[in-house]
Ligand binder design. Structure first.
Ligand code: CP
Length: 292
């Protein structure tokens, strides 16, 4: 199959071919194409989403596919049906591919062994979020031309971040230098990455802020939003010390005035909304790859 479970096991060439195809789709902005006419794709979200779910749907519809949106909260999952039985149910109805977001770590990999149609990871616990990292790489390549030698600082709640992990795995394949900056209780001990101070982090070419994922926190992990902003937030003052060519990124949703000051979200150096726009051609490339 042409599943996309993560970027860890994809080669640089495979990743680049997805990014090149995304560039093709960005340059062909006609609203819809017939490529996937008569093919069915289900978006199966067992965790909430705005950007990923919607941009997958836009991408699928632009490719001409029939889209089945499945939301766990309005389904028999509420009666206790398992994620596996739910995915098998949709597969048995004849979907050609599934886009899936879920919380339990390891379940996606297990399911990919039993489900025959291609599965696309739309966010898998704190493991990987490959399409987010692909759109992040696409955004960086578009801005800087090349990723080789680029210094990328990923700042914030690394422990809970599938975005940080997918970006780390992919960026290193391209010769970018990744550093992390995080409070001690939000660091990920299993990842072999240098942690730097906030002053060093904001000196990078790409300052990538992460959302503080309160819904995944153990009680008391974030003592106060104000104290977090003071120590690890991208404030207007800190942003002023960034290099003139540097850019701000954030996967969103954003906690305004916690990890990033509200005024910076749409600043000229911010790529936060362009990242979302780039998500559509990138997901077109990923869906096309799964269905071919
Ligand atoms: N960046 C991202 O994955 O956003 P959603 O959770 O809204 O999909």
């Amino acid at each position: 199959t042409r599943s996309l479970l993560g970027l860890k096991d994809l080669s640089q060439q495979e990743i680049q071919s997805i990014l090149d195809r995304a560039a093709y789709w960005e340059q062909h902005p006609s609203k819809t194409h017939d490529l996937l006419k008569g093919r069915f794709i289900s978006n199966m979200f067992f965790e909430n989403s705005t950007r990923t779910r919607t941009s997958f749907e836009v991408a699928q519809k632009r490719l001409g596919a029939e889209v089945i949106n499945f939301t766990a909260a309005a389904s028999s999952v509420e009666k206790g049906e398992s994620i596996y039985d739910t995915v098998r149910t949709l597969e048995s109805m004849g979907i050609d591919a599934g886009v899936i977001r879920l919380k339990p770590i390891g379940l996606l990999a297990q399911m990919a062994e039993k489900i025959k149609v291609p599965l696309i990871n739309a966010g898998d616990g704190n493991n990987e979020h490959p399409t987010q990292a692909l759109l992040d790489l696409y955004t960086m390549q578009k801005h800087f031309g090349s990723l080789k030698g680029l210094k990328v600082a990923i700042i914030g709640d690394i422990l809970h971040s599938r975005v940080a992990r997918s970006n780390l795995y992919a960026l290193r394949k391209f010769g970018a230098q990744v550093v992390f900056c995080a409070p001690e209780n939000m660091q990920a001990a299993e990842l072999d990455v240098e942690y730097v101070s906030m002053e060093q982090a904001i000196n990078a070419d790409v300052v990538m802020m992460l959302r503080v994922q309160l819904e995944r926190h153990a009680a008391g992990m974030l003592k106060s939003a104000e104290a977090y902003r003071e120590s690890y937030g991208l404030t207007v003052e800190r942003a002023a010390a960034m290099q003139p060519h540097a850019i701000i990124m954030h996967p969103a949703p954003v906690n305004r005035d916690v990890e990033i000051d509200s005024e910076l979200v749409e600043a000229p150096t911010s790529k936060i909304f362009p990242q979302m726009s780039n998500g559509v051609p990138v997901r077109m490339a990923v869906v096309e790859r799964a269905m071919n």
